[in-house]
Design a protein around this ligand. Structure first.
Ligand SMILES: *Cc1c(COP(=O)(O)O)cnc(C)c1O
Length: 427
């Protein structure tokens, strides 16, 4: 028996319990929460994701408190062989066909189980999205008691298929189309969370990957893959298509949790702050470059602060980290080659990972994480391969549904009025 860990900010604030860290999202001192001390468990036996999840997450939640977790992680993450000692870890089977489903579903369950609002009132979860996060969060929070989710999206810059995922649910899912770019949405979320009055009036929290609740469940698929590859020998190398580095950070925590020396290679597009950091170059605050792997178009990865904190404290971790940058030409070529060789479409994010894996030198097994279904990016897939991918089952049936969303001026006052009125207008 062991107590659940407490959580401490990378900038020192704490300790707090998990419920408090989940509700805060960002720590009060502006840092990011990490479990402190890091728990350790024996490597669990291979099994379905829901079964592996219980011992992994009990280490962070406390014993006997993970009863609801298998329901949150109820779809599998199969490890598909691609060649000698090469595997594709398929994380795309969730309700919005992207790996963010796992973090979003766990966070929704955790907030309603571990951090129920006092006196039966509702918490409001704000989420800014450039496309993918909104669908995963909306699907996860829809119907969860005591929570409403407010999705802020750039009205002119989200594809119709992505928008349908968060504008057709209704009930406790409110969609606001911001007159401005994604940056304006992200700024509004931060401003609202920093506004004492709005924060306490609506019990605001956030559902992006600064929230430790998005990271914890992502450890499960690393542990599951490590269990399945235990007999393969040699250190396992994970190649992770990366943007904000939340997934890579989860991999680092997971390998420490079960005491395995896995290597973690972050595969990035032209936005290569991660590679700069690894090579000791100061990041010069470069502008974000738009690429086909748009969920990875991040100039200042938020989770770098967690990774820096962990490697400063435990320098040996540094040796297990790697990074490769892949440009758009090579991404599209990889999508075309993979389709020609296997008949299977890959999405542009996974393609960055596949191209990066070709540059990894190791005798051990290599696992590339597949982060989204190709059918979510039909235009890019057609550009690369000349053919259209099938619509993922998870998204079939959305076309033609009635959308409900309200336009929003990009000001905090406009958001305050929208949160108070909680009306939806049909468009
Ligand atoms: C968010 C996302 C990523 C990047 O994940 P991080 O945890 O931010 O590094 C990669 N691929 C897809 C499809 C994503 O949606």
């Amino acid at each position: 028996m062991h107590d659940p860990p407490t959580y401490r900010s990378t900038r020192g604030h704490g300790p707090v319990d998990l419920g408090e860290a989940l509700v805060a999202g960002l720590a009060l001192d502006g840092g990011l929460y990490l479990p402190d001390p890091l728990p350790r468990i024996p490597l669990p036996p291979a099994g379905r994701i829901g079964a592996v999840a219980v011992p992994v997450l009990e280490a962070f939640l406390g014993q006997g408190r993970a009863g609801w977790v298998p329901a949150a992680l109820s779809f599998d993450t199969p490890l598909r062989p691609m060649g000698p000692r090469r595997y594709l870890l398929d994380l795309t089977r969730g309700p919005s066909a992207a790996f963010k489903d796992v973090g979003a579903r766990f966070l929704a369950g955790a907030l309603s189980e571990l951090a129920a609002a006092p006196g039966g009132s509702r918490r409001t979860v704000l989420v800014a999205t450039s496309g993918d996060t909104g669908g995963a969060v909306a699907a996860a929070f829809h119907g969860m008691p005591g929570l409403r989710v407010v999705v802020l999206f750039p009205a002119g810059a989200v594809s119709p298929r992505q928008r349908l995922q968060f504008t057709t649910l209704g009930d406790d899912v409110i969609a606001l189309g911001v007159a401005g770019p994604f940056d304006a949405c992200q700024r509004l979320v931060k401003e609202a969370l920093s506004d004492e009055e709005m924060r306490s009036r609506h019990l605001l929290t956030s559902a992006n990957s600064i929230n430790i609740g998005r990271l914890l469940p992502q450890m499960v698929w690393y542990v599951k893959a490590l269990s399945e590859l235990e007999a393969d020998g040699g250190p396992v190398t994970f190649v992770i298509p990366s943007g904000n580095l939340g997934n890579l950070c989860a991999g680092l925590l997971a390998s420490e949790l079960v005491g395995r020396e896995a290597r973690l290679v972050g595969a990035v597009n032209e936005n290569q702050a991660w590679v700069d950091w690894l090579e000791g170059r100061a990041h010069r605050g470069r502008d974000t470059v738009a690429t086909p792997s748009s969920a990875m178009d991040v100039g200042r990865p938020s989770n770098l602060e967690r990774i820096e904190f962990l490697t400063d404290r435990t320098p040996r971790l540094r040796e297990r980290l790697g990074g490769v940058s892949i440009d758009t030409t090579e991404t599209l070529r990889t999508m075309r080659r993979h389709h020609a060789a296997t008949g299977v479409f890959v999405d542009p994010h996974t393609a960055v990972g596949l191209a990066a894996a070709d540059r990894v030198r190791t005798r051990g097994p290599v696992v590339v994480l597949s982060t989204a279904d190709a059918g979510k990016f039909p235009e890019t897939v057609r550009r690369a391969t000349g053919a259209l991918p099938p619509v993922p089952t998870a998204l079939a049936g959305l076309d033609g549904r009635t959308e409900m969303w309200s336009p929003l001026e990009p000001t905090l006052d406009a958001l305050r009025v929208a949160l108070d009125s909680d009306r939806e207008s049909s468009t």
